[in-house]
Design a protein around this ligand. Structure first.
Ligand SMILES: [Cu+2]
Length: 127
């Protein structure tokens, strides 16, 4: 029982790591910054909202699962510095066209778009 809970907690942490990249801007606005209502409103919103503008990048990894019905592809991917992610295994949303090009065991290169916690593969090709 306890082991199951620990395993689940570890999995949750691994999955949520994508949403909390360590090398992005600090979440708290700089308290020492001069007050400028015209510009700080927008800046604070961008820094704190998980739904900020989508980021994109490309990664390399091995497909470990394909779920055509759910439109999802799981990839054991290497680090993706463009979006601040370490190496991990995670599930990505994928269009039917992308799902069709992915097979378990394939080593692939893929383009992705990240918004908040969710990543979507926009293109995939053999590596
Ligand atoms: Cu990831």
């Amino acid at each position: 029982m306890t082991r199951t809970l620990i395993a689940l907690a570890g999995l949750t942490m691994a999955l949520s790591a994508c949403g909390q990249p360590a090398d992005t801007a600090p979440a708290e606005p700089n308290a020492a910054a001069p007050v400028d209502t015209a510009s700080t409103a927008g800046a604070a919103d961008t820094a704190t909202s998980p739904d900020a503008a989508p980021r994109s990048g490309s990664g390399v990894g091995v497909v470990t699962a394909v779920d055509a019905a759910a439109g999802a592809v799981t990839i054991d991917h290497e680090a993706i510095p463009a979006v601040g992610w370490p190496a991990m295994t995670m599930s990505f949303k994928a269009s039917p066209a992308v799902v069709q090009q992915a097979a378990v065991g394939d080593r692939v290169q893929f383009d992705l778009e990240v918004q908040g916690n969710a990543g979507e593969i926009t293109a995939i090709r053999p590596e």
